[in-house]
Write a protein that binds this ligand. Structure first.
Ligand code: AMP
Ligand code: TRP
Length: 343
């Protein structure tokens, strides 16, 4: 089964990125788990770091370079195996921007203006800076990232569902206009950790923009992580129970516990029956560290030789260029562009 997903190099990843997205991507590439059941070997996975998308918000070369390098090393540290999945930088595969432009010409502006993520990001930018057009056309580039590889599934967090719907509609429109080229990709959402919430405000999704106490960074020092979990808000009462309405904070901590330990929420409720919030939190901190410690160790090791990580991504880009050019040859033919002599 072909799978594709992309992640922005936004600086150090947090536990929400990991449990909501990256951890599943690793699993998908190694276990071959899919909604249709198990396979013997891993799926055929493409995982770009979408540095061109990052340009919609980052306009500093050094920052982008540093973030991209950190993202490359982080992915390898998490267990992405370049032998099993195609890891690459979006900007090293020109077909992404080429197809994005073509798709833009099929996209009504209104559809872009309706996107929740666009509205949120547009509200955040300052008046002086203004809203750049890239923020608006972001979803057509994302659609190109996906459609170039014709994946069956796109594992994403819940917040990306709308972009996936947009991609499917666009693929359908292209196929209707020019003839069948694209498969319609389906979103794959991991339910319990689809939204890891903030440690300080369980009504908001965990994100770095909320402030340091709201998130757990994957490469944070152990003391700092333990401190944040200790200070995480809890709910009234004293039961460790998953009840989203009544107990949003404890439910979030249970979901995190389940995500890092692999234990089911039901089993965890049983395990902590009659225990205090303090006991639960201390055990949660252990579970988080058990998950993160090996990743942090690998990250430190790999950081010694960033050029090696970059070389693995170069190899991935070569493969991604091959696959995407096949799609582009067909696309160009269907829409009436002449095939370039140099290809
Ligand atoms: P972002 O850093 O917001 O661009 O997100 C990168 C990836 O992580 C996307 O696939 C998101 O859906 C996922 N993600 C980000 N924050 C969370 C969160 N708090 N809970 C679950 N998934 C998240
Ligand atoms: N928009 C996604 C996010 O913010 C990142 C992304 C870009 C992506 N291209 C993609 C995700 C293709 C899945 C598939 O997280």
């Amino acid at each position: 089964m072909r799978i594709l997903s992309g992640i922005q190099p936004t600086g150090q990843f947090h536990l929400g990125n990991y449990l909501g997205a990256l951890k599943h991507w690793v699993d998908l590439s190694t276990s071959g788990r899919s909604p249709e059941g198990r396979q013997d070997k891993g799926n055929d996975c493409f995982y770009p770091i979408v540095d061109l998308h990052a340009l919609t918000t980052v306009h500093d070369a050094e920052t982008l370079r540093k973030n991209t390098q950190e993202a490359q090393i982080a992915m390898l540290a998490m267990g992405f195996d370049p032998e099993k999945s195609v890891l690459f930088l979006q900007s090293q595969v020109p077909a992404h921007t080429e197809l994005a432009w073509i798709l833009t010409t099929l996209t009504p502006i209104g559809d872009l203006e309706r996107m929740t993520q666009y509205k949120e990001k547009a509200a955040q930018v300052s008046k002086k800076e203004g809203i750049n057009a890239g923020l608006l056309t972001y979803p057509t580039l994302m659609a190109a990232d996906i459609l170039l590889y014709n994946p069956e599934y796109v594992p994403v967090g819940e917040d990306q569902k709308q972009h996936l719907e947009f991609t499917r509609n666009l693929a359908e429109k292209f196929n209707k206009t020019y003839g069948e080229v694209f498969k319609l990709p389906k979103a794959m959402i991991q339910k319990e950790t689809a939204r890891v919430m903030s440690l300080q405000d369980p009504t908001q999704k965990m994100s770095k923009s909320l402030g340091a106490q709201h998130y757990i960074g994957l490469f944070e020092e152990e003391d700092s992580i333990r401190g944040k979990i200790k200070k995480a808000v809890t709910d009234s009462g004293n039961k460790i129970k998953y009840e989203l309405r009544e107990k949003p904070a404890i439910s979030n901590l249970l979901a995190i516990y389940s995500g890092v330990s692999g234990k089911s929420i039901k089993d965890l409720e049983q395990e902590f029956l009659g225990k205090s919030y303090a006991d639960f939190k201390s055990s949660l901190a252990d579970a988080v560290m058990n998950q993160l410690r090996p990743i942090q160790k690998r990250y430190k090791e790999l950081s010694q030789s960033p050029a090696e990580a970059a070389a693995l991504f170069d190899k991935g880009a070569t493969k991604a260029n091959e696959v995407s050019q096949e799609t582009m040859t067909l696309v160009r033919k269907k829409i009436g562009l002449n095939e370039s002599l140099s290809r």
